[in-house]
Structure formats: C-alpha cells, structure tokens
Design a protein around this ligand. Sequence first.
Ligand code: GDP
Ligand code: MG
Length: 174
Amino acid sequence: MEEEQEYLFKIVVIGDSAVGKSNLLSRFARDEFDHNSKATIGVEFQTQVVEIDGKEIKAQVWDTAGQERFRAVTSAYYRGAVGALIVYDISRSTTFENIKRWLDELNTHCDTTVARMLVGNKCDLENIRDVSVEDGKNLAEEEGLFFIETSALDSTNVKTAFEIVIREIYKNLS
Ligand code: GDP
Ligand code: MG
C-alpha cells in the first residue's frame, strides 16, 4: 500500500514591531483580528492545512512573540524554515527602510532557497499611506522576492500571501 506523503512547511513571519505580523497569522489561521493586540504571549506557531494541487499541506507558521522589539529573534526561530513573510507597514516608512536588515538577518540564518514574500500590510490605511506600491514592487524585484499588499484588518490578500509562498515551496520540492 502506498503511504500518503506528509507535507509540513515551516514559514516564519518577520519584520518590525507592530507591522501586523501576529494579526496576519491570526487572520490566516483562525480568521481573527485583534484591535489592541499586545505582545503575543506564548504561542510559537500555528498550523493551518492548505490544499495545493489536491495535496494536503500543513503550513506551520511561526510568530516572533514580540522578540523583534529587543532584536533578539533567535536562530531557533529560523531553523528549518522553508518560507518567509517579510512584513512592513505601508503607513510607516521606517518599517519599510528596515526590510533590508530583516533580509540580512534571514540570509544569515537560512539558505537562499527559502521562498520569500515581501508583504506591505495595513493597505486599508490608504489615507495615511507612507510607502508607495511602486516602492514595494521595486524593492521586491531588486531582492528577488514576491510582493503583495495585505490587510489583516479587512482580510485583503492574507490567504493569498500565504498560499503563494506555500505553492512556491511545493514547486521547489519537485
Ligand atoms: P506585530 O507586532 O507585528 O505582531 O503587530 P500586531 O499584529 O500586534 O499589530 C500591531 C497593531 O497594528 C495592532 O494594533 C493591530 O490591531 C494593528 N494592525 C495589524 N494589522 C493591521 C491591518 O492590516 N490594518 C490596520 N489598520 N491595523 C492593523
Ligand atoms: Mg506580534
């Protein structure tokens, strides 16, 4: 009898404090949003099953639990990751300027085959936009990343962002 292959993909979510990492994860895994989320307590990762080409894939998505505030995201966090969402807040350009630092950190801990998505979150805040879509696209192109804008608040593109990364990881397997 043939064994069903088990697919388990570790995906890390990184980026500055308060860009919406924890809410992207809770929107993806539980379809929940938290308006006054403090530092995420305790939860290291959440697992969500996604179907790609008829295959069940478990996406194990890791959250920093606020460590990024102290620049202390550990190597254990990155260990074994095959995908990464690198997140900034479109209403705060400093979070976009720091993307390069997050990419450097990712590169020191993971090899270059990790599927990477640049995520401009909070696209619902169009009225106070501080980073243009063009700037996001250009950076992604320069760095060889996928690019998407999301809103964890109104759900725009959250599922899509994760699915593109998962699909890419799956594609790289075969
Ligand atoms: P983290 O520190 O990166 O994990 O960020 P959080 O998920 O804790 O979110 C930080 C703050 O931004 C919270 O007040 C959230 O309610 C808010 N937030 C997160 N995502 C969005 C979004 O897509 N749109 C808006 N308007 N606010 C968001
Ligand atoms: Mg958080």
